[in-house]
Ligand binder design. Structure first.
Ligand SMILES: [Zn+2]
Length: 92
């Protein structure tokens, strides 16, 4: 199954793409598109709406990742967005 995965091959998503709901990736990518325009690192402009309402990285957090060439980590995604833990399905 390839389900438009190419859309998220940006390194920003490399740590989380297999572990969070597709909708979360859609929301983050939408936020990421607003990043370059005006937000920068300014929390006052960002207002961190996505962080507060969705538990997902907001624009100014995404900027930090882009500046450092670091992918978003799973710790930054609210547990509600994570897929079932596949390790619990493995036979012992
Ligand atoms: Zn923010």
């Amino acid at each position: 199954m390839y389900l438009k995965a190419h859309k998220y091959q940006h390194y920003l998503y490399s740590n989380i793409i297999s572990f969070v709901a597709r909708h979360a990736l859609d929301v983050i990518s939408k936020e990421a598109r607003t990043v370059s325009e005006s937000v920068g690192l300014d929390k006052a402009i960002c207002r961190c709406v996505l962080r507060v309402t969705h538990g997902l990285p907001c624009a100014h957090e995404i900027v930090v990742h882009l500046l450092g060439n670091n992918p978003i980590t799973l710790d930054e995604v609210h547990p509600n967005w994570k897929k079932l833990n596949m390790t619990s399905l493995r036979p012992h």
